[in-house]
Design a protein around this ligand. Structure first.
Ligand code: PLP
Length: 352
């Protein structure tokens, strides 16, 4: 039995078999505030048909439509943004099509693009970690099938400006442009409105980060109705489960909670940058819910010591450009303090 060559050549996204539940999880940019209490209330007392009947999405689409300003036929909910990426690669990519993306970048794009048969065109970040816009403009000249942009980007924290994005949409009018806005709440700005103007634009959102619903698996695709119709052909009809719908609706009803999370993450990032500076560790402030910390040549060792303290951070040491760096999710002050205290201890003379 043979599997598709494009799939056989790939490695799956690495998921550790070891539990993360007993640890301080700073590695996957989850929201360590947890979800709004209103979400838990709604989930604690669901209508039995939310469990027993196939889910209905009408109300959720109405809410998303009024938030985004786009009619409901421009929207598709998916089983996380990840599954939206799989879905759109399946719809657009044929063997040998080129897909333009950043290096480093969010690896799910690489995996699903290649699984669909794409040739990757990687635009490298430079040491200043500025979004490599010029490289994208250059690559657009070859009319690639699809261009993926993450705004704000992970793990670099790079940011394409709205103006640059518009230039790219116009320069690459025959390419599909995917704009992943998973972290947009922390940036405080979205370009989803551009969907009504540019037919080649697909915007992805997620409930996993600012809304803290990563366990529920809900993503959103916003694009023109013709693309949505194609996506529906490859997206299972009930891919978002009934309780996830309940959770998403409750989360959307609690804007105060969302704003509080974003406010505290923003102020905590500033505080942590100063605290780390005092430890001699330079921090880069990503316009998302994470910081990049340059912990230096001993990063593998520090990573292991943190793990022994039940703290998990994303070790970026294998990425040449980010050697010696960690990516750490910023959450509530208690979580950040626990991480800081561990870093102080590790940094003490004799402990390193
Ligand atoms: C840029 C980016 N896009 C998408 C995702 C995945 O989102 P979801 O949990 O909705 O699948 C992540 C998760 O870390 C991400 O960093």
């Amino acid at each position: 039995m043979t599997v598709r060559k494009s799939v056989a050549a790939l490695s799956a996204y690495p998921i550790s078999p070891v539990t993360r539940r007993d640890k301080l999880r700073l590695d996957l940019n989850e929201n360590n505030f947890g979800c709004s209490p209103r979400v838990l209330q709604a989930l604690a007392n669901p209508d039995r048909w939310d469990v027993s009947a196939y889910p209905e999405y009408g109300e959720l689409y109405k809410l998303l439509s009024s938030r985004s300003g786009l009619p409901a036929n421009h929207i598709l909910v998916t089983n996380g943004a990840d599954d939206g990426i799989r879905c759109l690669m399946q719809v657009f990519i044929e063997d040998g099509d080129s897909v333009v993306l950043t290096d480093p970048g969010f690896s799910i794009f690489n995996i699903f693009a290649q699984a669909a048969g794409a040739q990757l065109v990687k635009i490298a970040y430079q040491p200043d970690l500025r979004f490599p816009f010029e490289g994208f403009l250059e690559a657009a000249k070859a009319a690639p099938k699809l261009i993926a942009v993450v705004r704000p980007d992970s793990p670099t924290g790079g940011l394409i400006s709205r103006k640059q994005l518009i230039s790219l949409l116009e320069a690459a009018a025959d390419s599909v442009i995917v704009l992943d806005e998973t972290y947009h709440h922390f940036l405080g700005e979205s370009c989803v409105d551009l969907v009504s103007k540019y037919r080649n634009l697909i915007v992805l959102h997620s409930f996993s980060k600012a809304y803290a619903l990563a366990g529920m698996r809900i993503g959103i695709i916003y694009t023109n109705p013709a693309f949505i119709q194609h996506f529906r052909k490859v997206n299972p009809p009930f891919s978002v489960n009934g309780l996830a719908v309940v959770a998403a609706e409750a989360a959307l009803a609690d804007d105060d909670y969302l704003h509080e999370v974003v406010k505290v993450v923003t102020s905590e990032k500033t505080r942590l940058i100063d605290e780390f500076a005092a430890l001699g560790i330079a921090a880069i402030n990503a316009p998302a819910n994470f910081l990049l910390l340059n912990v230096g040549a001993e990063s593998d060792d520090i990573h292991a010591r943190l793990l022994a303290e039940k703290i998990i951070v994303k070790n970026l040491n294998k990425i040449p450009l980010l050697r010696g760096h960690f990516r750490v999710a910023v959450g509530p002050p208690e979580a950040n303090d626990r991480f800081l205290a561990a870093m102080r201890e590790i940094g003490k003379p004799g402990n390193r």
